[in-house]
Design a protein around this ligand. Structure first.
Ligand SMILES: [Zn+2]
Length: 495
């Protein structure tokens, strides 16, 4: 795989067809020097945008009607290569306004038969003949241009599944019930995987060294059908898109990163220069905010990316690149200590196996996020694990709230305890997936039941929790669980 440098700009160019003079001010040398001065050493540039238009001469798609240059993509690639800046090429999949207009029969359909649409964008189904169109578009790009990375965006089926005619006929063949939310989710996951497999093999046909990434929402799941481990086969690297002020929040990046950091795949994370989210003009983050967001990525040994939206006339904004340069010059100095690093952690947070409100294929990660925040605030080194990870390197495993145990996981945890490992389990964690009863040998509780009250009180036992904790009836604000301790177990507080 071609190396992915550490300091990236992800240059969006979602430009409506009603805008004219597109690219009219683009100056290749000024473009490259703005990036060099900002210490950028890789950039992802656009072949096509969510409005569905292409920025290069195409026989497959439609060139943006306002484009004033013969081949904006080609000009960018050429000047970037001259200046040894690594080139990623961007294209979009499920969101393509033009194809959605031309081919309403390719659109994703919700279980209530309405068409899938979020914000501005209509969703096209990856299982429809649109996938053939995307293949032709990808082949065209690979035949005409040489580049280092391929960022294939919005490779997503609707979370609750698509029930378009193509998906329904598929589900019938594979005995999946479109009335069942879990079956619809399985269908959506399978469609995404088939699509990624197909496109990855096409890229490999042309240039096996190109690093491929399919962008979508990353949802951690320990369910064998929904686990991200299976998706990772189709990726050369993962770019964790996470703009803290753009709806992702500050906890999204560490949650996904600490899961992926030991999965053997190169990582990058994208934030944005925007005050809020993608695509605006005039949203420029404060220095302190961008510095914090980029450095917290870099200190984990993860490549840093900042998203920008190029002005339709094609000129990079100088204030934006002064801001990026302020942060990237610091990262460049630190880079010898950041590259090719490996996480060393002695605590693992085990993700649950699909007991969240979304049913068997979803995972409510609020408890895992809570455990993560405690560990980050205390400055501990940790990773987020699933039951297929190797536990032997860890001293402590945390099972937050709803980690029910399969037979395999029970055996694995027994072995972990036998060699001196420790477990902190909260609420219903540690119970058998099958029976709902405690299953581990030497587990210190005999039975557990839910409270029937809307809140409970916790009273610490004197001197057990340290001098800072008053013996007081602390409100828990939510229903607790009653547990019965086995004889000899040490009890620290009572509910
Ligand atoms: Zn469909």
């Amino acid at each position: 795989m071609k190396p992915i440098p550490f300091r990236d700009v992800h240059l969006d160019f979602h430009t409506s067809e009603f805008i004219g003079d597109v690219g009219v001010d683009f100056d290749p040398e000024e473009f490259a020097h703005t990036l060099i001065n900002a210490h950028v050493n890789t950039i992802c540039i656009f072949a096509r945008c969510h409005h569905g238009y292409c920025y290069y001469p195409t026989k497959v798609g439609v060139v943006h009607p306002g484009l004033k240059r013969k081949d904006l993509l080609g000009e960018m690639i050429e000047v970037l290569k001259t200046h040894k800046i690594s080139v990623g090429v961007y294209t979009t999949v499920a969101w393509d306004e033009l194809n959605a207009r031309l081919h309403p029969e390719w659109r994703q359909v919700k279980p209530d038969k309405s068409l899938v649409e979020t914000g501005y964008w209509k969703w096209l189904c990856l299982n429809s003949p649109y996938a053939d169109w995307v293949e032709a578009h990808i082949r065209e790009l690979l035949s005409n241009y040489q580049f280092d990375r391929f960022f294939i965006d919005i490779v997503m089926q609707w979370f609750d599944g698509c029930v378009c005619d193509y998906c329904l006929s598929d589900m019938e063949k594979s005995m999946l019930n479109p009335e069942n939310p879990s079956d619809r989710r399985i269908q959506a996951i399978q469609v995404q995987r088939r699509f990624m497999k197909r496109m990855k093999s096409i890229v490999e046909e042309y240039d096996p060294e190109i690093a491929v990434y399919f962008n979508r929402s990353w949802i951690l799941s320990a369910n064998p059908d929904a686990s991200l481990r299976k998706d990772l086969e189709y990726y050369s690297y993962v770019s964790i898109e996470s703009l803290p002020t753009g709806g992702w929040g500050y906890n999204h990046f560490p949650l996904i990163a600490h899961y992926l950091m030991n999965k053997g795949i190169p990582l990058q994370s994208l934030t944005g220069r925007f005050h809020k989210s993608w695509g605006d003009f005039g949203g420029l983050k404060s220095k302190a905010a961008l510095e914090y967001e980029c450095l917290r990525v870099a200190v984990r040994g993860i490549r840093v990316g900042v998203g920008d939206q190029l002005h339709p006339r094609g000129r990079l904004d100088q204030a934006t690149y002064r801001l990026i340069g302020y942060v990237y010059s610091q990262i460049e100095r630190l880079e010898p200590w950041l590259k090719d690093t490996e996480p060393v952690a002695d605590i693992g947070i085990l993700i649950a196996n699909g007991t969240g409100p979304e049913g068997v294929l979803g995972t409510d990660l609020s408890s895992e996020e809570g455990a993560m925040r405690i560990l980050m605030e205390l400055g501990h080194q940790f990773l987020i694990l699933d039951e297929w990870d190797d536990f032997s390197k860890f001293k402590l495993l945390i099972l937050p709230d709803h980690v029910y145990l399969s037979e395999e996981l029970t055996d694995k945890l027994e072995r972990f305890l036998e060699v001196g490992g420790r477990i902190i389990a909260s609420y219903f964690s540690g119970l058998s997936q099958k029976t709902g009863e405690p299953i581990l040998r030497d587990w210190p509780i005999r039975s557990i039941r839910r409270s029937r009250y809307s809140l409970n009180y916790l009273r610490p036992i004197a001197d057990k929790l340290g001098l800072d904790v008053e013996v007081y009836d602390y409100a828990l604000y939510e229903p607790a669980a009653y547990v019965e301790a086995v004889p000899g177990a040490e009890v620290l507080a009572k509910v």
